[in-house]
Design a protein around this ligand. Sequence first.
Ligand code: APR
Length: 312
Amino acid sequence: MRKKVTVVGAGQVGSTTAMRIAEKELADVVLIDIIDGVPLGKALDIYEAGSIEQHDCKVFGCTDQYDDARDSDIVIITAGVARKPGMSRDDLLATNMGIMRSVAKEVARVAPDSIVIVVSNPLDAMCHVAYEVTGFSKNRVMGMAGVLDSARFAAFIAMELDVSVENIQTFVLGGHGDTMVPLPRFSTVAGIPIPELLPPERIEALVDRTRKAGAEIVELLKTGSAYYAPSSAAVEMAEAILKDKKKILPCSVYLQGEYGISDLFVGVPAKLGGHGVEKIIEVKLTEEEMAALHNSALSVKKLVDDMKRLQG
Ligand code: APR
């Protein structure tokens, strides 16, 4: 039986995600957007590349009509507005909260057994909305951030050391914002921790660039935010679930006491498999690392409190 993935939002991230899923032949794809025609056009365009790219996946588009998403295995939510230069992810809160609420309601209706991967920003806060509105168990709602932040950190290390990015494993914890916590001592090149290879001031510069990596792309693009790497990251998570890989990836997950954090979505390493988040991996952090993680969790909490105020 074929797997089915619905991607909500047929903008830059959503359409690229749909294309990657089809080209990796992971599942049939349903692409949904509120804009008339766009999801249908993009879905058809992706499908028409099938004979060249040699994939056999069906790709459908529909406008604000969720019945085609019925019984999806995974729903990836990218609906919302993207940042413009000078904006932080948090500036998107009020608009994207409303969009996420309406999307999550439909997802719960048509695909009550699905696993939801949230991509819309501000990421960790949007996971809360999806979790609350769908009513899904915590293993079935997660956010894509850590995979992207780790990939960006890896890219910067590869450029700095002029080594293959395939040699690099990185580790980033925390919320998907300026307070994220890249952890150099758990980041390695061919198994060698980067503090053995780079002086502290260069590591700090790479960590800083990683924290601001999303803004760097926004400043360059001027009309929107990143989508090639974000879609790759979302698809890596979807693939781990669809193939029941038991892959440990940094994801925004609902914490209930892990790392001393409760009732918040925050980025930590998690094992992804057929049941979604199958295990949260707790590593022993230094006092300083733990303080940075808690500081990051605090900024997520602030957004969650802001959302409560916005809802009255
Ligand atoms: N239902 C479905 N789609 C919606 C809805 C809705 N209620 N509201 C908006 N959309 C669609 C828009 O019509 C648009 O096509 O979401 C799409 C968003 O696409 P882009 O503007 O191209 O934004 P994108 O770059 O894809 O980013 C989407 O992901 O990375 C995050 O911060 C980013 O929150 C943003 C999201």
